[in-house]
Unconditional design. Structure first.
Length: 420
């Protein structure tokens, strides 16, 4: 009988890699908390209309990529392809808005889109993101960007670009769409088939095309920055002013529009050369109308999301020795007669040093092979238990990282060393 394989576009996160995921998630939580953001978790599937109304009927996500199915009662449900629409639904339903006070939320979770799998892109993927809800002011746009940069730097990523643009308010976008559509129609026969279709359904998305011929045509297209009205200009200029005060480098990119219909005013994207052609690893922007699209009143908000798989790809290129977790102690016995003492010792260490990673040999291997194993695991210490140690209630402690010294001590002295 043939073995069953995982579904295309999904990936098992194996024990050797889990520590990297946990480290990234822990940093995300710490940075979010430092900025006053609280974690929220929503169901992994929603009513389909949450995304069709929130993300937009004319987006690729809704038209091509969602995992949608009917449940036993015939209701249309969808595995969440992104978090913001789900989060807004939850905020409305649970009345999490306080008048004149921002609601700051963050999330870490898995999401689902039927896309062609490629490097750093999966059909089940994971994101970390934040939402600053109930502030119309550019200060909140900058807060979100600064939090993102703080997180990126805490991960150890320094080689990245921040692309920045404004797509203005509704009036600005409507005027710009008319001008852009007129220009694209004049060049329609030279555009890719996909971009030709987008002229009719989602004009701004043509600016996102990766087709080389499309890019040449787009380069001469009208710029949305020339269509910003006074309100949109004032908002964008203030964002840039505060970023300049904070010494944040950014590149104004008039073709940056993001892929979701709910954005307005500020949009931004983070890119890294480590990812090749598909260089974006996160981004976001302001959305002032999403709450009303999902049945609430207008609540101006701003947020971002970052792909965890893509972040880990970057980290693989800049961090050494990241494929194997480091442990603190490997406990070895020279004979199976001393397993009871080894077990008691491991319990003693874990009770008194809860942050110490301590493992014991469970395969009764030779001391020589166990020392090789300790080196492979980057163990700080090896504890050796033989006849003398068991008889005297002591241990032999071998330093594996520094001077390779080997000393015989009692258990209490071990705790002193581990907690020093």
């Amino acid at each position: 009988m043939a073995t069953i394989q995982s579904i295309r576009g999904t990936k098992d996160i194996l024990p050797a890699d889990v520590n990297k995921w946990q480290e990234l998630e822990n940093i995300a939580r710490k940075v979010s908390n430092q900025f006053g953001y609280q974690e929220i978790r929503t169901p992994i599937f929603e009513k389909t209309e949450v995304f069709s109304r929130g993300v937009g009927d004319n987006t690729d996500i809704v038209n091509k990529e969602m995992y949608t199915f009917a449940d036993r009662s015939g209701e249309s449900l969808t595995l969440r392809p992104e978090q913001t629409a789900s989060l807004v639904r939850s905020v409305i339903q649970n009345n999490l808005i306080t008048e004149n006070t921002p609601t700051r939320l963050f999330y870490i979770g898995s999401y689902f889109r039927y896309e062609r799998p490629q490097k750093g892109r999966f059909r089940e993927f994971h994101q970390y993101g934040i939402e600053c809800i109930n502030s119309p002011y550019p200060e909140s746009d900058v807060e979100v960007i600064l939090l993102a940069i703080n997180f990126i730097k805490r991960l150890g990523i320094t080689d990245y670009k921040l692309k920045l643009n404004s797509i203005g308010n509704t009036e600005t976008r409507n005027k710009y769409k008319t001008a852009l559509t007129d220009y694209l129609q004049q060049n329609k026969h030279n555009l890719s088939n996909e971009s030709q279709a987008r002229i009719e359904t989602n004009t701004l998305r043509v600016l996102d095309s990766k087709n080389n011929n499309d890019i040449e045509i787009i380069a001469s297209a009208p710029s949305i920055l020339d269509y910003l009205d006074n309100e949109s200009n004032e908002h964008f200029n203030k964002v840039k002013e505060i970023l300049d005060i904070a010494n944040i480098n950014y590149e104004i990119t008039p073709t940056l529009v993001r892929g979701l219909d709910y954005y307005s005013h500020t949009v931004f994207e983070f890119q890294s050369t480590y990812l090749g052609a598909q260089d974006a690893f996160g981004g976001g922007g302001r959305y002032n109308n999403l709450f009303s699209q999902l049945g609430g009143k207008d609540i101006p908000s701003v947020g971002f999301a970052m792909g965890i798989e893509r972040l880990l790809l970057i980290l693989e290129n800049i961090k050494e020795n990241n494929t194997q977790p480091q442990i603190d102690i490997l406990i070895c016995t020279t004979n199976s007669d001393y397993l009871k003492y080894a077990t008691e010792l491991s319990l003693f260490v874990r009770q008194n040093c809860p942050n110490i990673i301590c493992i014991s040999d469970v395969n009764r291997r030779s001391l020589k092979s166990l020392l090789r194993e300790a080196n492979k695991l980057n163990s700080r210490y090896v504890i050796i238990i033989g006849e003398t140690e068991a008889a005297n209630n002591t241990i032999t402690l071998k330093y594996m990282q520094e001077n390779k010294e080997q000393i015989t001590i009692n258990k209490n002295k071990l705790i002193e060393i581990l907690t020093a």
